[in-house]
Structures are given as structure tokens and as C-alpha cells.
Ligand binder design. Structure first.
Ligand SMILES: O=C(O)c1ccccc1N[C@@H]1O[C@H](COP(=O)(O)O)[C@@H](O)[C@H]1O
Length: 213
């Protein structure tokens, strides 16, 4: 099976160029100020020049509607929203306003059993990321592959992506256990937070292609 790969947390144009040349399906740009991978809205021009149209994902934590609108206006194709399901953020109103086809949703879940069936269909992709009680994303924490596979099998009509601590070394096992068709990778291909490592990127894509055979 072909696996879609998003390389997230791109900050440097040369990292985006390398990821795209290796076959990344999506490039993610983080708009969360607390992240070491933060790229301020409006300063993404050089980065976007290296990510072809159709592959540009803007990643934010509970953004307001105006910020989402502005990200689309700057040339992003997709908006990936991390949110806390126990808080005030309403994924239904965002999906209604912008349409599910342009959204990726990332509910912050300590336990996949807390997945709310009502989220199915609200977004093109629902991303399952590793949980941390202190952080909203980019945690480096793993998701249990078998639990992800069960969730995907319960909702075959919804595309899911798995994230959290995926590295060149563990991606084969992640793909086997989760049966995921889409993965999201960030800290596992970095030399330091926010800086991608070209050799780790190459190793990641090589391992993915091997797993696809
Ligand atoms: O990377 C961040 O700092 C970040 C901050 C806020 C929201 C999302 C963030 N990153 C997302 O988390 C996944 C997994 O990262 P990792 O591989 O565990 O480091 C990453 O792909 C982004 O989508």
C-alpha cells in the first residue's frame, strides 16, 4: 500500500526542499508560538515557495476563524487544527464554515477510547498524535499502533493519519502495527528542534518505501 507522508515543523526553506525532493506528500508549517518550530504568520513566503501548491499544511492550536481565513489567503491548502475536546473549541462550526475538505483535525486524546464518533466527517483527515499533558502537539510521544488500527477499522469512511515520535528506526513497525495509510513526522527527522536532518529524512523515506513493498 502507498503511504502518504507529511513532514511537519518545517522552518527552513532548504529542509522543505529536501523533504519535497524525497517525495513528501505534505509539508507542515507550525503556527503555535510556544513551539520551537514556530513560523510567524505572514513570514512563510520563502518556505511556501519550496512546498508545491496542494501540499501546504498550516498547523495551529485552536485558531480563530479569522486566522484560518488568513492562512488560506496566504496560500495554504489545508489547515490542521489541534484542539482540546474538553475545552471550548468547536470543530463543528469550523468545519461548517470552511468545509471538511480543507481541514485536518487533531483532538488531544490521552486515550483513543475517548474518540468522539461525531468528529467523523468533519475533516478530510483526522490525525491521531501522541499525548502529553503539557503540550498540544509535537510531543514525540508514540501512539499505540493496534489502537489506531482499531479506530481506522471502525470508521473506514474517514481518513486517519498517525503521528507522534515516528523515526526512521521505528516507522516500519509503526506502519505494520497501525496499518496506517498516512503518517506525520517531525522531531524524529530533526538534528535539533526545528532543524531537519537531511540524512534522517532520507532514511525515513527509504524505510517507508521498504515497508510499502
Ligand atoms: O511540532 C510542534 O511543535 C507542534 C506544536 C503544536 C501543534 C502541533 C505540533 N506538531 C505536530 O505534532 C506532530 C508529531 O510530532 P512528532 O513527530 O512527535 O515530533 C507533528 O507532525 C505535527 O503535526
Amino acid at each position: 500500500m502507498d503511504v502518504s507522508v507529511k513532514v511537519c515543523g518545517l522552518r527552513r526553506p532548504e529542509d522543505a526542499r529536501e523533504a519535497m525532493s524525497l517525495g513528501a506528500d505534505f509539508g507542515g508549517v507550525i503556527a503555535h508560538p510556544a513551539s520551537p518550530r514556530y513560523v510567524a504568520p505572514g513570514t512563510e513566503e520563502a518556505l511556501l515557495a519550496e512546498i508545491p501548491k496542494g501540499k501546504r499544511v498550516w498547523v495551529a492550536v485552536e485558531p480563530d476563524l479569522e486566522a484560518i481565513e488568513a492562512a488560506f489567503a496566504r496560500g495554504f491548502d489545508w489547515v490542521q487544527i489541534h484542539f482540546d475536546p474538553s475545552g471550548d473549541f468547536d470543530p463543528v462550526s469550523v468545519s461548517t464554515r470552511f468545509g471538511a475538505s480543507r481541514l485536518w483535525l487533531v483532538p488531544r486524546l490521552a486515550n483513543l477510547l475517548d474518540f468522539n464518533e461525531d468528529w467523523v466527517g468533519l475533516a478530510k483527515v483526522i490525525l491521531i498524535d501522541g499525548f502529553s499533558k503539557d503540550r498540544m502537539g509535537g510531543t514525540g510521544h508514540r501512539v499505540e499502533g493496534e489502537s489506531f488500527a482499531k479506530l481506522q477499522n471502525r470508521h473506514p469512511e474517514q481518513r486517519f493519519s498517525i503521528a507522534g515520535g515516528i523515526t526512521p528506526e521505528n516507522v516500519g513497525e509503526v506502519l505494520r502495527s497501525s496499518e496506517a495509510a498516512q503518517i506525520d513526522v517531525s522531531s524524529g527527522v530533526e538534528s535539533s528542534p526545528g532543524n531537519k536532518d537531511a540524512s534522517r529524512l532520507r532514511a525515513l523515506f527509504q524505510a517507508v518505501r521498504q515497508a510499502e513493498e
